[in-house]
Design a protein around this ligand. Structure first.
Ligand code: FEO
Length: 578
């Protein structure tokens, strides 16, 4: 590996830098390092920034694989033009059209109008809408090849729905490098180029899979099968975070394991939306994230490109159907045909959920809602209406709506599991008792709360506690590493009304604190006015424990309102539920 250039600082902001280096013969990576980006799509909160990776492959002809985010315009284009005269670039390979990779395509085409843009049929279609000018193009399908000369024969692998319908992977037979864009990526910004230390990357790799790939597990498995037909892969050149070289088998294997687990789920939701319209993509992923927390699988289907047979099959397979409203009928004949297919195929055994996409031109929710109601189809939640730019509260609403739908679809299974526990074991387990607490948390515009009793002190230096939180609890999204929250301790003899309030079922997005006296802590989370004591906590890590997360947090501030009062204790009779 030869470093061609030291990271270059952006004069306007030291938070954006560029890193250029040779990763294989004739192959240069141009990594745009976005050190402080703290939010990507949906609830995807980034702790470690992200990178946008682009690659230049020089055989007798030259190919550029993806570009960068528009915020890197000057840095990226300056670097690229130092590396190569743009007039000498023959191909621009578009792995996926989301703007973090194709944000500079228009500028590149101005600099290099001779370039042939290579992509899947869907990618080229999306790009035509994005660029609004004619460009030379070449559509590629799975197995198609382009020979750059000098041994660099590129083979394309179709990977639709990872995580957009337009995705292709590119394999260079000479360097045994597979260029994957989003696939196998992670949002992790570091000078380190490769996946040398997995312990640093584990959590980000999994979060990225859960948010972006988990909702299309069947498509992930199909793409892995196509990848398996390639010769040896020695480098996976991702579009985000480190490139994979040291742990390829392990990390690809994790995608396989996670996707197989999803594919085995007894219940599936088909989620139809328009990937490149309004906020459809972000909202769909937030809803999918909520559904996945309940152990229900999700398949995202882009209404714009799905064929009607596929739509029909997905509706037949799914227990629940969600629809993100596409643009109005006059502009979207194919999408209207897809909606009609859904309406024709759905039965009263299924459950629906509808949401606006917020594109400014959405098809109205209400006519289709009426049609579903007339057909006797149950609705899991009231339609989600998007009237403003979505914020944290909107994504929380979607997450909670997804959880509601998943819990509704699995309610019979949950009751069966509860009854299945041996009676003696059940009663013995019920003798474990704990205090009663309310966890409260706030992030931006969103806030949440949950009654908890599986709470324990876990360390002395530093002071730390653990809380077990079921995976399908809405507050789970507020308890990732680095998040802050309050643990409110309830008082013996003075907790019933608080317990009753926080145990009730809240509609998605409902204010948990309406009618409850609170004041903000230094970390911004609400302190309950009637709490006997409170602790300000920060999440350090979490361990997966089957259907719960065990959340370990440090505690740095605490107050007691009544020094002589006792903590409320939760005495249970059985151990199969709280
Ligand atoms: Fe990294 Fe889906 O764009």
């Amino acid at each position: 590996m030869i470093a061609l250039a030291e990271p270059t600082a952006n004069p306007a902001s030291v938070k954006l830098t560029l890193q250029t280096l040779e990763i294989a013969e004739d192959t240069t990576a141009i990594r745009s390092l976005d050190w402080d980006r703290d939010r990507f799509d949906i609830e995807f909160e980034l702790r470690n920034g992200t990178t946008y990776n682009s690659f230049l492959i020089r055989g007798e002809k030259t190919a550029l694989v993806d570009t960068s985010h528009a915020k890197f315009r000057d840095l990226y284009l300056d670097e690229l033009t130092q590396l190569i005269n743009p007039a000498e670039i023959d191909y621009l390979i578009i792995s996926h059209t989301e703007p973090d990779h194709s944000g500079l395509v228009r500028e590149l085409l101005e600099l290099a109008p001779q370039v042939t843009v290579v992509g899947s049929k869907v990618a080229i279609q999306f790009l035509e809408d994005l660029v609004h000018q004619p460009f030379k193009q070449q559509l590629v399908k799975n197995g198609d090849r382009i020979d750059l000369g000098g041994g660099h024969e590129l083979e394309f692998v179709s990977a639709p729905n990872l995580h957009w319908p337009d995705t292709i992977l590119t394999y260079d037979h000479k360097t045994q490098s597979l260029f994957t864009c989003d696939v196998f990526g992670m949002h992790y910004c570091d000078d380190g180029i490769y996946d040398a230390d997995l312990t640093l990357l584990d959590a980000d790799y999994q979060l990225y899979y859960d948010c972006l790939m988990g909702p299309n597990a069947r498509s992930v498995l199909a793409a892995l099968k196509r990848m398996a037909a390639l010769p040896e892969i020695t480098t996976i050149a991702t579009g985000h975070g480190p490139l994979l070289r040291h742990h390829i088998a392990e990390l690809v294997g994790r995608y396989r394991d996670w996707s197989q687990a999803q594919a085995k789920a007894e219940t599936t939701v088909a989620l139809f939306y328009a990937a490149d319209y309004g906020y459809g993509d972000e909202l769909a992923h937030a809803l999918a994230g909520g559904i996945l927390k309940t152990g229900v699988a999700v398949e995202l289907i882009d209404l714009k490109v799905a064929d009607l047979q596929e739509v029909r099959e997905m509706v037949d397979l799914a227990a629940g159907v969600m629809i993100g409203m596409p643009p109005q009928a006059s502009q979207s004949g194919d999408m209207q045909a897809a909606l009609s297919t859904i309406l024709a195929a759905i039965t009263p055994k299924q459950t629906i959920g509808l949401f606006e996409s917020g594109g400014g031109d959405d098809e109205s929710v209400y006519p289709i809602r009426n049609r579903f109601q007339e057909a006797g189809i149950k609705e899991a939640f009231a339609p989600i209406l998007i009237k403003e730019t979505p914020n944290e509260a909107t994504y929380q609403l979607c997450d909670e709506a997804g959880i509601d739908l998943g819990q509704w679809l699995t309610r019979d299974r949950a009751v069966k599991q509860m009854k299945a526990l041996d009676n003696d074991l059940d009663r013995a387990l019920g003798r474990l008792s704990g205090g009663l607490y309310i966890i409260t948390a706030k992030k931006g515009e969103a806030a949440s709360a949950m009654l908890a009793s599986w709470v324990s002190q876990a360390s002395v230096e530093p002071l730390g506690i653990t809380i077990a939180v079921a995976k399908d609890r809405a507050i789970e999204a507020f308890l990732h590493a680095g998040d802050q929250f309050i643990l409110n301790v309830l008082e013996e003899g003075n907790y019933q009304h608080l317990m009753k309030h926080f145990l009730k079922r809240f509609a998605p997005g409902a204010d948990r604190f309406a009618g409850i006296k609170v004041h903000p802590a230094a970390n911004g989370s609400p302190i309950l006015g009637e709490a006997l004591a409170y602790l300000e906590c920060e999440v350090v890590s979490r361990m997966e424990c089957s259907d719960h997360w065990l959340v370990y947090s440090t505690v740095d501030v605490g107050r007691v309102s009544k020094p002589d009062a006792l903590t409320a204790v939760h005495h249970r009779k059985v151990g199969n539920h709280y």
